[in-house]
Write a protein that binds this ligand. Structure first.
Ligand SMILES: O=C(O)CCC(=O)C(=O)O
Length: 286
């Protein structure tokens, strides 16, 4: 595989954060852990709503609210996330709108609870003006022992290209190298706010503790941007993706990986670009 050029990163350079220092750091790293935390009242709401609904999340592998079929629960979880995070979103983000909120849950199932290395499905278009971001707030302290997120610092610049659900990781052939040499764990305290670019390469580790690891997680789009949904044209190819323009509440009710019953199909996207390789393969193998 030859070295290819970096995708266009101009959408990243536009204002995301109100604070210029955070903006600069986010542009460099593709993620931030704010010093700020969600207040105790908000954490108590998020925790008690999860406890009331924990049976919906009783799966051995990692599970998030967006995967559930229970639309009513998804809508309520979203409303709660929006309510609890509004003060921090208003404080830190420049003209962003939250479009999804819920939980990411790891039972105490050790290796089975790992979420493999990936780049998130594209919901905010890369051709647009600014980038989509995810806010992640653990309800207990997290580190390597109980399934914190691990990231490849700066990797949000490498593969800013549309991806549908269940598209394979573009660097699959190098995943061992990436995990060994480039991944770093991001420990986060209970209630602290971790923010990442939706094209950052990341994973989350095993929960080896005796407690369920729950994080509240939400997604935000630039106010001026329309959401998109990419759908594989067929199971046989990852190259051809139908592109739909969808409403802001689409991800609260849609079943991922299925053809949407709503939205406007705008065009066909051909996913034929080689991933940008940022490391020297020979150096790594030596
Ligand atoms: O909650 C986690 O462990 C990670 C979530 C995540 O990486 C994702 O949803 O893309």
């Amino acid at each position: 595989m030859n070295k290819t050029v970096l995708p266009n990163i101009s959408s990243l350079e536009k204002k995301i954060f109100n604070d210029p220092h955070l903006q600069k750091k986010f542009l460099e790293d593709g993620f931030l852990v704010l010093d700020d935390t969600i207040d105790e009242e908000g954490l108590a709401y998020l925790t008690s709503f999860f406890v009331q609904n924990k049976d919906k999340y009783g799966r051995k592998t990692y599970i998030s609210t967006i995967e559930l079929r229970d639309i009513e629960h998804r809508a309520k979880a979203n409303e709660l996330f929006k309510y609890v995070t509004k003060p921090v979103a208003d404080k830190y983000l420049y003209n962003y709108k939250q479009f999804y909120g819920g939980y990411g849950v790891k039972l105490t199932t050790a290796e089975d609870s790992i979420l493999g290395t990936h780049i998130d499905t594209t919901m905010v278009p890369y051709e647009g003006n600014r980038t989509g971001i995810t806010m992640w707030i653990p309800l207990i302290d997290v580190d390597e022992s109980n399934g914190c997120v691990h990231v490849v610092r700066g990797s949000h610049k490498y593969h800013r290209l549309p991806r549908a659900q269940r598209c394979s990781f573009p660097y699959e052939a190098f995943v061992d190298v990436i995990e060994k040499h480039y991944m770093e764990p991001v420990p986060v305290r209970r209630g602290q706010i971790f923010i990442m670019d939706q094209s950052l390469i990341h994973r989350s580790g095993p929960n080896n503790s005796e407690y369920v690891r729950v994080a509240a997680m939400g997604m935000f789009k630039p106010e001026e941007e329309k959401l998109v949904y990419y759908n594989r044209v067929s199971e046989d190819t990852e190259e051809d993706l139908d592109v739909y323009e969808v409403e802001d509440d689409f991800y609260l009710r849609h079943t991922l990986s299925t053809t949407p019953k709503e939205g406007v199909k705008t065009h066909l996207y051909k996913n034929d670009r080689k991933p940008y390789i940022w490391f020297d393969k020979k150096e790594i193998q030596a």
